[in-house]
Every structure is written in C-alpha cells, then in structure tokens.
Design a binder for this molecule. Structure first.
Ligand SMILES: *[C@@H]1O[C@H](CO)[C@@H](O)[C@H](O)[C@H]1NC(C)=O
Ligand SMILES: *[C@@H]1O[C@H](CO)[C@@H](O)[C@H](O)[C@H]1NC(C)=O
Ligand SMILES: *[C@@H]1O[C@H](CO)[C@@H](O)[C@H](O)[C@H]1NC(C)=O
Ligand SMILES: *[C@@H]1O[C@H](CO)[C@@H](O)[C@H](O)[C@H]1NC(C)=O
Ligand SMILES: *[C@@H]1O[C@H](CO)[C@@H](O)[C@H](O)[C@H]1NC(C)=O
Ligand SMILES: *[C@@H]1O[C@H](CO)[C@@H](O)[C@H](O)[C@H]1NC(C)=O
Ligand SMILES: *[C@@H]1O[C@H](CO)[C@@H](O)[C@H](O)[C@H]1NC(C)=O
Ligand SMILES: *[C@@H]1O[C@H](CO)[C@@H](O)[C@H](O)[C@H]1NC(C)=O
Ligand SMILES: *[C@@H]1O[C@H](CO)[C@@H](O)[C@H](O)[C@H]1NC(C)=O
Ligand SMILES: *[C@@H]1O[C@H](CO)[C@@H](O)[C@H](O)[C@H]1NC(C)=O
Length: 334
C-alpha cells in the first residue's frame, strides 16, 4: 500500500475510497491499479509517490481545488492519461519527466504559462487547454507533438499566435481556437496540417478570412463565426469552400463587405449570390445550373444601421448533375 497518509488527510481518505472502489480502478496482473479516480474530493494538492503507486497509467484529478503544484507528478513517468479538469492550476510545470502522456485534459483551470515539461510530451494525442488564462503561446511548444490529433485552446485570452506555432502537427485533426482575441492569422499558420478536419476560430477578432492554404485535404468543419471579418480574398473564400456536401462551414456574424464576394460572378461553376441591395432582407437562395454550391446570403438590415451586417451561411454541394439550368434568378429579387 502506497498511502503513507503522511500527506493530506483528505487525500488519504480519497485514495482509500478510490482503491476500494472496484468500479473505478481495475487492478492489472502486476497489482498496479491501471486507473485512479480522485475526482470531486475537494483535494487541495496533487498526490505524490508516497500516496499512490507511481506506475499508475490513468489519473483523474478533475473537479478538485488544486491551486499550487510543484513537482508532485514528476516521477509518474508511466502516466498516459492525466485529467486535471476544473481545478485552479496556474501552470503545468509539475508534469512527469520524461513525459509519456497520451492524453492531457487541463481544461477549466487558470493556466497562464505552458513552460516546463509539456513541450517534451511527444506522445500526446489529445491536449485540452480549453478555458484557461493563456495570453500567449511559447514558440515551438507543440513542435514535438507529431502524434497530436486534438488540440483545444478555446476560451483563453490569446491575442496572437507565434509564427509556425502549429508546425510539425502533421496528424492534427481538430483545432479549436474559438473564444480568444485573435486579430489575424499568419499566412502559413496552417502549413503542413494536412489531416486537419475541424477548425474553429469563432468568436475572435479576425478582420479577414484566413487562407486555409496547404492544409486540410479533408476538411469536415470550418467555423469563423462572430469575428470582425469584412474582407475575404478570392483564394481564401475558395479554400474555405473546398470540400463536399457534408462539410460544415459557418462564418455567420461577420460584417462581410458585399464587394468581397463580387469576384464570384465571373465564375460559372462557383458563383455566390452577391446582392447589391444593402437593405434587402431575407434569406436568398441561389442555385446555379451546374451548381457546385449553394450560398445563402442573409442581408440583415438593422434598424437605423448605416451598414447592415451580412450574415453568410455557406454550404457546398457536390450534388450530382442538377436538373437543367433554371434561370439564375435570385429568390426574393424582382
Ligand atoms: C470518480 O469518483 C467520483 C467521486 O467519487 C465519482 O463521482 C465518479 O463517478 C467516479 N468516476 C468514475 C469514472 O468512476
Ligand atoms: C466537498 O466540499 C463541499 C462543500 O464544502 C461538500 O458539500 C462536499 O460534501 C465535499 N465533498 C467531499 C467528497 O468531501
Ligand atoms: C474523470 O472523472 C470525471 C468525474 O468523475 C469523469 O466525468 C470523467 O469521465 C473521468 N475521466 C476519465 C478519463 O476517467
Ligand atoms: C478557483 O479560485 C477562484 C478564486 O480564488 C475561486 O473563486 C474558484 O472557486 C476556484 N475554483 C475551483 C474549481 O477551485
Ligand atoms: C500557493 O502558494 C503560494 C506561494 O507558495 C502561497 O502564498 C499560497 O497561499 C498558496 N495557495 C494555496 C491555496 O495553497
Ligand atoms: C475539453 O475540455 C472541455 C471543457 O472542459 C470539454 O467540454 C471537452 O469535452 C474537452 N474535450 C476533450 C477532447 O478533452
Ligand atoms: C488566476 O491566476 C492569477 C495569477 O496567475 C491570479 O491572480 C488570479 O486570481 C487567478 N484567478 C482565479 C479565478 O483563480
Ligand atoms: C474583440 O471583439 C469583441 C467582440 O466583437 C469586442 O467587444 C472587443 O472590443 C474586441 N477587442 C479588441 C481588442 O479588438
Ligand atoms: C466528404 O469528404 C469527407 C472527407 O474527405 C469524406 O470522409 C466523406 O465521405 C465525403 N462525403 C461525401 C458525401 O462524399
Ligand atoms: C454571434 O453573431 C450572431 C449574429 O450577429 C448574434 O446573433 C449572436 O448573438 C453572436 N453570438 C455571440 C456569442 O456573440
């Protein structure tokens, strides 16, 4: 028994309860509990090697009240899954070293720094830092994580992303950056992210649609909702629209300038309805003859607003040959 109980009474009681619970801890052949569940125990500290078996693979510390941690977990090098969700951690300097983590959920804490062993956790497949207090990211912090599939950074205070911060994440499938304060996305931010499937930049302060260049061969969802996007280059819109009918895209809640989509009129296959009437309210559907696309542009005319807000919801269709060319008349016009 590892509990020396020299530590924190609550922790000892919790560990004893945890070890008695068949439901949460399956003991492996070597007698090492595979998983230890210490969630929701009002704990104020992490366990040490004196408290629990350091060979444990899964440790769940979610929903406690841990604020301060130093190097308690440093020698838990067999840990593969560490759940720290909903505590009050301010940093991750206490992670195991060498780090064998495959999944780390440190969401809903107060983490403002990623310094420490995290950057050496090269086996990570899922890293959840949602709802913390990150204002910036150290350059290169993810560069060793070439197995990472899920990276959640939503709900922090990020104002910019270092050049190449996601470089090397060649297996990344899901990236969430919604709810930050990003104003711009550097041109090559997505370079090499070939496996990216879901990308969420909603609720930031982007002013132009970023170019999803050299990435995302099989994009299944791209979200740029509620930014300040007024401009969108032709290349950026084309990249945003790539995909098929099951690709979900949303950039509603942006003050997109109608001029930004005017180029679409030149393209017979890819034509978006661009309506000059700034105060034409309603949802306009435009299905083109050789349609690969349906674009619904809703022009909102806020009472007294000098410039109405263009709310565009875009759905790409890879529909098989549509019925012969209906005259391209905007619904609701005329
Ligand atoms: C972990 O322990 C908490 C608190 O006792 C309990 O509510 C929860 O159901 C347990 N979780 C699992 C996965 O066993
Ligand atoms: C945690 O603290 C709350 C409030 O003080 C209490 O209601 C709850 O029973 C405590 N939980 C445990 C597992 O001790
Ligand atoms: C950790 O514990 C929480 C609360 O009991 C539970 O909801 C969650 O599924 C657990 N996570 C893991 C990986 O066991
Ligand atoms: C974190 O700390 C803040 C401020 O001290 C407190 O209000 C909050 O309840 C704490 N949260 C948790 C999960 O302990
Ligand atoms: C955390 O550590 C700091 C500095 O060591 C100390 O002042 C503070 O009281 C500690 N907070 C808690 C909740 O233990
Ligand atoms: C990440 O954390 C958020 C907030 O706690 C949670 O809702 C989400 O399910 C988590 N996702 C993963 C993949 O851990
Ligand atoms: C978050 O951490 C900062 C110190 O980095 C502290 O000033 C602040 O009170 C903490 N917030 C909460 C909610 O605990
Ligand atoms: C970011 O956008 C939000 C919502 O549009 C706005 O309230 C906030 O002032 C903007 N912040 C900056 C720094 O531009
Ligand atoms: C759409 O593309 C995705 C990703 O490339 C693919 O998995 C899916 O099967 C495609 N769906 C259709 C209906 O073609
Ligand atoms: C996002 O934008 C839409 C449309 O402008 C608005 O109705 C909604 O309240 C916004 N959501 C948030 C969370 O700001």
């Amino acid at each position: 028994m590892y509990s020396s109980c020299a530590f924190v009474l609550a922790l000892c009681v919790a560990i004893a309860a945890s070890l008695n619970s068949e439901q949460s801890n399956d003991i492996e052949d070597d007698g090492v509990p595979r998983e230890i569940n210490l969630s929701s125990r009002n704990l104020t500290a992490l366990p040490t090697v004196h408290d629990i078996n350091p060979l444990v693979k899964v440790l769940n510390m979610s929903m406690n009240r841990i604020v301060n941690a130093t190097d308690e977990l440093r020698s838990f090098t067999r840990l593969e899954v560490l759940i720290l969700r909903f505590n009050n951690f301010t940093h991750l300097r206490f992670l195991p070293e060498p780090c064998g983590l495959r999944r780390l959920d440190a969401s809903r804490n107060n983490i403002s720094s990623l310094e420490g062993p995290l950057a050496s956790c090269s086996l990570l497949e899922s890293l959840n830092l949602t709802a913390n207090n990150l204002k910036s990211l150290p350059d290169g912090v993810f560069s060793n994580m070439n197995r990472l599939k899920v990276l959640y950074l939503a709900g922090n205070g990020l104002t910019n992303l270092p050049q190449g911060v996601f470089r090397g994440l060649r297996n990344l499938e899901r990236l969430r950056l919604n709810g930050n304060r990003l104003r711009e996305v550097r041109r090559d931010l997505f370079h090499g992210l070939h496996e990216l499937r879901y990308l969420d930049f909603s609720l930031n302060n982007l002013t132009s649609l970023p170019l999803l260049e050299d990435c995302c061969k099989s994009l299944q969802g791209a979200y740029f909702k509620n930014n300040s996007i007024a401009d969108a280059s032709e290349a950026a819109v084309r990249a945003f629209l790539r995909g098929n009918s099951s690709t979900d895209r949303d950039m509603t809640g942006n003050p997109l300038r109608p001029e930004a989509l005017r180029w679409t009129a030149r393209d017979p296959d890819l034509r978006l309805l661009v309506h000059d009437d700034f105060c034409h309210c309603g949802l306009l559907h435009h299905v083109l003859s050789r349609a690969t696309l349906i674009l619904c542009v809703r022009v909102r005319c806020g009472a007294g607003a000098a410039f109405p807000n263009w709310v565009a919801a875009v759905k790409a269709l890879d529909a098989p040959a549509p019925t012969p060319a209906a005259p391209a008349a905007p619904a609701g016009a005329s």
